[in-house]
Write a protein that binds this ligand. Structure first.
Ligand code: DQA
Length: 156
C-alpha cells in the first residue's frame, strides 16, 4: 500500500509574524556603517523572508519613523499576528507608548538590536521594550533578525 511521505513542508501558522523596524532603520547601509554595517533594510527583509519560509512562518515586514504608526501596528498585531519581532531603534530608549502597546500582546515578542547597545552611550542602556519582551537579541548584527525568527518558531 502506498504511504504518504513523512517529509511534509513545515506547517505555516495561519497568522504572520510582524517584523517591525523603527526610526532611521530605513537608512541602514548608509547610516553609520561602522556601527550598523553595509546591509540595507531591503537586504534584511529579503533575509527575513527567506528564513521565515525555511521555518514555515509567514512574515509581514514594516518600517516607520513615527512612534504612533509603530503603536498602531503593535495594536493591529493583537488580532492579526502570531508574534512580533521589533527593533524599535531609538524609541526603545524613550517610548512608554510602545511599552504599553506591547504589554497588551499575548504572544511572543522578540526585541532586536543590530548593535550592542550596552557597549555604546549610556542613554542606550535602558530599553522600555525589554520588560515586555519575551527575549532580547542584541549586538549580533543583522543575523539577529534570523535568530529572532528561530526563537519565535520555538515559542509558537
Ligand atoms: C538600534 C540601537 C539603537 O540605540 C539606535 O537608536 C538604533 C538602532 C540597533 O539596532 O542597534 O537606531 O536599535
Amino acid at each position: 500500500m502506498a504511504r504518504s511521505s513523512s517529509k511534509a513542508a513545515p506547517k505555516t501558522p495561519a497568522k504572520p509574524v510582524y517584523v517591525l523596524n523603527g526610526p532611521n532603520l530605513n537608512l541602514l547601509g548608509q547610516r553609520e556603517p561602522e556601527i550598523y554595517g553595509s546591509t540595507t533594510l531591503a537586504d534584511i527583509e529579503k533575509l527575513v523572508k527567506t528564513k521565515a519560509k525555511a521555518l514555515g512562518l509567514a512574515v509581514v515586514c514594516r518600517q516607520s519613523n513615527h512612534e504612533g504608526e509603530l503603536v498602531d501596528w503593535i495594536q493591529e498585531a493583537r488580532e492579526k499576528a502570531a508574534a512580533v519581532i521589533l527593533n524599535a531603534a531609538a524609541y526603545s530608549h524613550t517610548s512608554i507608548a510602545i511599552h504599553d502597546a506591547l504589554a497588551t500582546l499575548d504572544m511572543p515578542v522578540i526585541e532586536v538590536h543590530i548593535s550592542n547597545v550596552y557597549k555604546r552611550e549610556s542613554f542606550r542602556h535602558h530599553s522600555t521594550v525589554s520588560s515586555v519582551a519575551t527575549g532580547v537579541i542584541c549586538g549580533l548584527g543583522t543575523i539577529g533578525y534570523e535568530l529572532a525568527l528561530e526563537a519565535v518558531k520555538s515559542k509558537l
